[in-house]
Ligand binder design. Structure first.
Ligand SMILES: Nc1nc2c(c(=O)[nH]1)N[C@@H](CN(C=O)c1ccc(C(=O)N[C@@H](CCC(=O)O)C(=O)O)cc1)CN2
Length: 297
């Protein structure tokens, strides 16, 4: 029987477990603050940011949302980041990606104070992750590690294939899998758009992380029997539904579940975990900045 890896359930558990740390901070007079910044009219980005703000409210984090017109000069975004860096009530800053074309993405990543960089995208934090001394693990790959842990999936000695090499998922996921630490120690291959024979790699994998952004590109024939399949893709494809689209992953779920031992659904798999780990990083940031020892789940 194929096991369904329920991201909503694990995320709910993490939010519940974070309550103790949030209370510890409250006892010290600290309310964690997370600023989300959106400079885009992409409907998916708007959805994600409002979900993140709703999560903050639910767990007792102060959510601050800044929306910048997508046609505004890039300087408005750079100035906003400077203001949030200087605001002592803001412990975490997240600039929703992708940013509009007039903005220099690398400048944005460099501008966020590394101690408030709850995405873990600042070059200093990327370097620390690679060096095995992560300050903030990027939310999606960290969430995937938590899913694997909750479902007892062994990474040590496993063959892991990461499909996709994005800065947000593919690269940090591969870096976490190769670390000499729990939920690491995997023999890791990164496949991408120029990989000659993708299926030859995925068929050897005990763990497949699909993060290429191509709807349903991985099917059951491309998998090893019993593999754990983590689907990061959240693609909106036209459909005859109320919203005019449906969400599909990078994995063809119906086909893959015939071969996989365990699999995440879309929606309800990795997405909720990305949001839960953002709360986790915000609580961690608040504790570090205010000198309060918080125990994290
Ligand atoms: N600054 C960042 N930008 C982006 C990140 C990130 O980690 N930091 N990741 C992605 C997408 N993402 C976060 O913003 C994200 C994707 C999906 C979900 C989610 O909860 N998905 C739900 C379905 C939501 C829906 O109905 O559309 C699910 O899968 O169940 C949360 C966050 C890009 N940008």
């Amino acid at each position: 029987m194929t096991e369904l890896i329920d991201g909503n359930a694990v995320a709910e558990q993490i939010r519940t477990d974070l309550q103790d740390s949030i209370e510890t901070l409250a006892d010290a007079g600290v309310r964690p603050g997370l600023a989300t910044v959106l400079m885009s009219d992409d409907p998916a980005s708007e959805t994600y940011v409002s979900m993140k703000q709703r999560d903050c409210e639910e767990v007792g984090i102060e959510g601050i949302h800044v929306e910048i017109d997508e046609d505004a000069p890039a300087q408005e975004l750079y100035d906003t980041i400077d203001d949030l860096n200087a605001d002592p009530e803001v412990h975490g800053i997240l600039v929703q990606m992708p940013v509009v074309e007039q903005v220099d993405k690398r400048r944005v990543l460099r501008s966020v104070d590394p101690e408030k960089d709850v995405d873990g995208f600042h070059p200093e934090n990327v370097g620390r992750l690679v060096a095995g001394d992560a300050r903030f693990k990027p939310c999606t790959p960290h969430g995937i590690q938590k899913l694997l842990e909750h479902h007892g999936v062994e990474t040590e000695g496993a063959e892991a294939v990461v499909v996709g090499r994005s800065d947000i998922v593919g690269k940090p996921m591969a870096n976490l899998f190769v670390q000499k630490e729990p939920l690491g120690n995997a023999t890791t291959t990164v496949c991408h758009s120029r990989t000659a024979d993708l299926a030859a790699h995925t068929r050897e994998a005990d763990i497949v992380v699909a993060a290429a952004g191509v709807p349903e590109m991985i099917d059951g024939e491309m998998l090893k029997e019993g593999a754990t399949v983590i689907d990061v893709g959240i693609n909106r494809v036209d459909a005859d539904t109320e919203k005019g689209y449906e969400l599909v992953g990078d994995v063809d779920f119906e086909s893959a579940k015939e071969t996989a031992g365990a699999i995440t659904p879309v929606p309800g798999g990795v997405g909720p975990m990305t949001r839960a780990m953002l709360l986790y990083n915000t609580v961690k940031a608040a504790g570090a900045q205010q000198g309060v020892d918080v125990e994290l789940p």
